[in-house]
Design a protein around this ligand. Structure first.
Ligand SMILES: [Zn+2]
Ligand SMILES: [Zn+2]
Length: 293
């Protein structure tokens, strides 16, 4: 890693065979829009890996599966048949979001006559619109807790893949330049070892051929006890928590990804922050969304 002015920026890029990471030292303050040359295109990266490398990657994946058999994100048993990311019977225990949905946040709504969920009728968001993969059931909540607090990042392989399977075409239609994960504070990141939203963004970005800019958004300070605050208080608390980082001048639209959409306050705060830093259009994607009402 190369450091400049104490600030190191990591840009993740994708290719069929895996990610490459480049570090860029940034000058100036984090709120200014940073002009950086556009990186390698997906096509160039894709052709960068030769067949030997792909064979090695495949072999590595098989050995890893033998040594550390994959666990199901729902029942947490070893997945059978081997090679799958979830037990076939556990797929039925997840409620994937279906129409009719809110035109803004993607939450399921009861009536097709309605355009918006009750939350989006009350609050106006600065992002264009978003989607969510699953209902926030007890099982999904438990699975996400395992991802966040007990190192079960492998579960995100299934959720990310499913997100691309169900929403890939719609996300491509958004025409976003990059995917930006909601950041966690650095102290929390050190403790957990990874940011679950960034892992999800990587899985989705790799499959969709969209670069992931993990450093576009940063978190100033720990935001705690959000559960005790109402939507307006959460937003106020959160807006000051984010600051923009690596925003190249040709970044016009982004998809922000997060694990859970509750009131939308986190995504709204992140959206406002990126817009203030010059991004014109923001879209959202959440793994799980709470029911309407
Ligand atoms: Zn299972
Ligand atoms: Zn809504």
């Amino acid at each position: 890693m190369q450091e400049t002015n104490g600030s190191v920026m990591v840009r993740r890029e994708f290719g069929e065979g895996g990610f490459s990471e480049r570090t860029q030292g940034l000058k100036g303050n984090n709120l200014s829009k940073t002009r950086l040359e556009k990186g390698r295109t997906p096509e160039k990266i894709r052709s960068g890996k030769d067949s030997d490398q792909r064979f090695c990657d495949g072999l590595k994946a098989k050995v890893t599966e033998l040594l550390f058999p994959r666990k199901c994100p729902i029942c947490e048993d070893i997945v059978s048949p081997r090679g799958e990311l979830i037990c076939p019977e556990c797929i039925g225990r997840i409620h994937f979001i279906t129409e009719p949905v809110c035109k803004v946040c993607g939450r399921e709504i009861v009536s097709e006559e309605e355009e918006l969920c009750s939350n989006c009728k009350r609050h106006r968001f600065s992002f264009e619109y978003g989607y969510a993969l699953m209902s926030y059931s007890d099982e999904v909540a438990h699975s996400i807790t395992r991802i966040k607090y007990t190192g079960a990042r492998e579960f995100l392989d299934y959720y990310g893949k499913k997100a691309v399977e169900l929403y890939g075409d719609r996300i491509k239609k958004m025409g976003v330049d990059a995917i930006v994960p909601i950041p966690v504070h650095k102290t929390r990141l050190r403790k957990r070892g990874y940011n679950q939203a960034a892992v999800l963004a990587d899985v989705m970005g790799k499959a969709l051929g969209i670069p992931v800019y993990e450093e576009a958004l940063n978190r100033h300070k720990k935001t705690t006890a959000l559960k005790e605050l109402n939507a307006a208080e959460r937003l106020k608390n959160l807006t000051s928590a984010f600051y923009a980082g690596y925003i190249p001048s040709d970044l016009h639209s982004v998809l922000i990804v997060d694990d859970i959409f509750t009131t939308g306050a986190t995504l709204e705060a992140a959206s406002r922050c990126l817009k203030a830093a010059g991004v014109e259009k923001i879209y959202c994607f959440a793994l799980a969304i709470k029911a309407d009402g």
